[in-house]
Design a protein. Structure first.
Length: 366
């Protein structure tokens, strides 16, 4: 059998593993930060209507610029953040990962460097590697918050072309303050773009950093419909930035990259924003309940500002992960020393996790 090592792949890809989380057949899956609530039936019906309309013209290419979708995304951002956004400031792609990939294609590449603050979203360095962009990792504080003086120093030392700020941060859950983003933006200067990855911002206690793009052409806010909209299977991400950034990513995007079906489905979901955001409020309440329960059990819980919770501290996190899995609950071992992460589920799923967490306390004395 031929292996990947027998192929003439790029040297920097040899010995690497693809991104992925375990997909196991268990009763309770709380490992990939999905929204646990299925789409409401009226929305499912509306998707069917819009997709049927799109299907009648599948012999033609879709709107390559997705103007209607970008207009509705801009309207959603304006309504929910209070900061006016136009469609010229919005770009959409197949999941926020493709958005980030396009940004690295436009602003990274050979001879250029991206910088992030780890632990953070593990796709950032993978996307950098895939676009032949160098990667530099700067550490966080012991509580996983952003070490702003250290971050500024790292930017001044490495002079990256791309800086990633994740708020709330995955997997730790911390949000980043407005003034901290501004400090990093100033340090990055005109020769770099700063990407604020806001995949989980709808779950945050604070407000979006979207308003900061005003007058800052090198600042980009990335979003997704996978989490708050409960549409992980849709694969629709988007960004908001100066229109010049949208012009830049269009230089590298594939032709007709967003299918007519994707655009139709996303437009239907945006019609049901109010309903879907009610689920977000339920998940925020459940998150706060689980945090209180875990804290009461004596676990060390990182500040939780998203739809997931990082907790510990364990001598052998993987053994604890396996112990919980054996009780029918799948959570995530992200490789953060001493910590595990659970995604907030339905009340019943969260109860099953908490039952397992109580057993962990008895078994491991964590």
């Amino acid at each position: 059998m031929t292996s990947i090592d027998d192929l003439p792949v790029r040297d920097e890809l040899r010995g690497k593993s693809p991104y992925g989380a375990p997909q196991l057949d268990v009763a309770v899956r709380l490992n990939t930060n999905e929204n646990p609530y299925p789409l409401p039936e009226p929305l499912v019906a509306r998707i069917a209507e819009r997709v049927a309309d799109a299907a009648r013209n599948l012999n033609r290419y879709p709107d390559r610029d997705a103007v209607e979708l970008r207009t509705e995304l801009a309207r959603y951002l304006t309504r929910t953040t209070g900061h006016e956004v136009t469609y010229e400031q919005v770009w959409a792609a197949n999941g926020s990962n493709e958005v980030l990939q396009q940004l690295l294609q436009a602003f990274g590449g050979p001879g250029r460097t991206a910088l992030g603050f780890e632990p953070s979203y593990s796709m950032h360095p993978l996307l950098a590697r895939g676009t032949n962009t160098g990667w530099v990792s700067a550490p966080r504080r012991d509580d996983f918050s952003l070490d702003v003086p250290g971050a500024v120093e790292a930017i001044r030392t490495h002079r990256p072309s791309v800086v990633f700020i994740t708020s709330p941060n995955n997997p730790t859950g911390n949000a980043v303050a407005r003034e901290d983003v501004l400090a990093l933006y100033e340090a990055a200067g005109r020769d770099a773009v700063v990407i604020v990855d806001e995949a989980y911002t709808e779950f945050s206690h604070g407000s979006s950093l979207l308003e900061l793009i005003e007058g800052r052409p090198n600042l980009i806010v990335s979003r997704t419909m996978s989490k708050a909209f409960g549409a992980a299977g849709l694969r629709l991400g988007y960004l908001a930035a100066d229109p010049a950034v949208v012009d830049a990513v269009q230089l590298v995007r594939l032709p007709y990259h967003l299918s007519a079906v994707n655009q139709a489905t996303a437009l239907a979901a945006l019609e049901y924003t109010d309903t879907l955001l009610q689920y977000v409020e339920q998940l925020k309440a459940e998150r706060d309940r689980v945090v209180a329960e875990l804290t009461g059990l004596g676990f060390d819980v990182t500040v939780a500002d998203a739809n997931f919770i990082q907790f510990g501290v364990f001598e052998d996190p993987h053994a604890v992960w396996r112990f919980i899995l054996d009780r029918g609950v799948l959570i995530r071992d992200n490789g953060v020393p001493g910590r595990l992460r659970m995604s907030v589920g339905t009340p019943e799923e969260n109860d099953a996790f908490l039952d397992a967490a109580r057993e962990v306390k008895k078994e491991f004395g964590a």
